[in-house]
Design a protein. Structure first.
Length: 357
């Protein structure tokens, strides 16, 4: 019995020491704690891409006092045309250096028209519309920017096959056990680290990371009509829920004097030939069981939802999915952008936004 008490004392002492140490210095700058987003205020990152052919070998990312990418907010906020770009990794562009994201390109183009424009990149890697809603309620509503540009859809497609970590931010989705874990993470540094390590593992299994895609090295796959129909059918129940979240985003923005702008998600896959390599993008294999043709059909289910929401609510739509060329020189993988692609996206978003300026 004594050895059990001694072992328990050692374990408790270790946990207490770890909790104290993490409160003094936490080397894990996770962006979600319990059911809250923790913005990476004044953080700097350096990413190294060994053997990169599309991305820079080294890129640098800086976050400002808001936890966003871009200049510090102006003191006379109400006098400025304030704009936030909101989305997941295709907005945050962690693997593109400061000054080279599509938000940076957009900011330069807007500055050529308006000297009173302030634009920040509020994208957060891995976030779908679940996370965007939390970001809106916890941070953006209080800021009240004039415009909020939402590039949405990519991570919501992934929800159909794997629940991404930001889905846990919706309290209606939590089981009793998960609520207990969330409560613990809200009040304990150690529990917060544990919870985020689980989320990281889940995201890794869902294959939602950034990387490089080289089409000549990719295999081809034929997908029969029956399999394609079953895959698309699996997505349809999630599309309805996505539509409601898009409507919630619109409602929250408009209720708080923020004008939303919706942007559809472009992708490299589809029923065309890549101009750079001459390779058909329709038959290229995409894990775990589909090809470019089916993947684009699935993505368009969500893009069509965004288009319908825009039309119904009379919200400005930038249909990037249709306007962005499907060319591998613009994409580092299926959905993320190269430096050249970010320039293209920034220009297209600017052209779509220009009448509002």
């Amino acid at each position: 019995m004594r050895w059990i008490l001694r072992a328990a004392t050692v374990v408790v002492s270790f946990l207490v020491a770890a909790e104290i140490a993490l409160r003094i210095y936490n080397p894990f700058p996770f962006r979600v704690r319990g059911d809250r987003i923790v913005l990476p205020v004044h953080q700097s990152y350096t990413f190294t891409h060994a053997g990169a052919r599309k991305l820079e070998a080294v890129n640098h990312v800086t976050k400002n006092s808001l936890g966003f990418r871009g200049p510090e907010p102006p003191r006379d906020w109400s006098r400025w045309l304030t704009i936030l770009t909101i989305g997941g990794s295709t907005t945050e562009c962690l693997f593109l250096s400061d000054g080279k994201t599509w938000t940076d390109q957009l900011a330069r183009r807007v500055a050529s028209m308006r000297s009173d424009a302030w634009i920040n990149n509020a994208g957060l890697e891995g976030h779908s519309t679940f996370g965007h809603l939390v970001l809106l309620r916890d941070y953006v509503v209080a800021m009240r920017p004039r415009l909020a540009i939402f590039l949405i859809g990519a991570n919501d497609v992934a929800v159909a096959s794997a629940r991404t970590f930001d889905q846990a931010l919706n309290p209606h989705n939590l089981s009793t056990g998960h609520r207990v874990l969330t409560f613990a993470a809200d009040h304990s540094e150690l529990a917060a680290v544990g919870e985020n390590l689980v989320r990281m593992a889940r995201t890794h299994r869902a294959n939602l990371g950034d990387g490089e895609l080289h089409l000549p090295e990719t295999t081809h796959r034929d997908v029969d009509e029956g399999t394609a129909a079953r895959v698309l059918a699996e997505h349809r129940p999630f599309v309805a829920a996505f539509a409601q979240r898009v409507q919630d985003i619109i409602d929250i923005c408009r209720k708080n004097g923020i004008e939303p702008v919706l942007v559809t998600q472009p992708a490299l896959n589809g029923d065309v030939v890549d101009p750079t390599t001459g390779i058909s993008l329709a038959t290229l294999a995409i894990e775990p069981r589909i090809n470019g043709h089916v993947a684009w059909q699935a993505m368009e289910l969500y893009n069509d939802t965004t288009r319908r929401a825009s039309a119904a609510a009379r919200v400005r739509l930038i249909d990037l999915a249709r306007e962005m060329p499907k060319d591998s020189r613009y994409f580092s993988d299926w959905i993320h952008f190269t430096n050249e692609g970010a320039v293209m996206v920034g220009d297209l978003v600017f052209q779509g936004l220009r009448p509002a300026l």
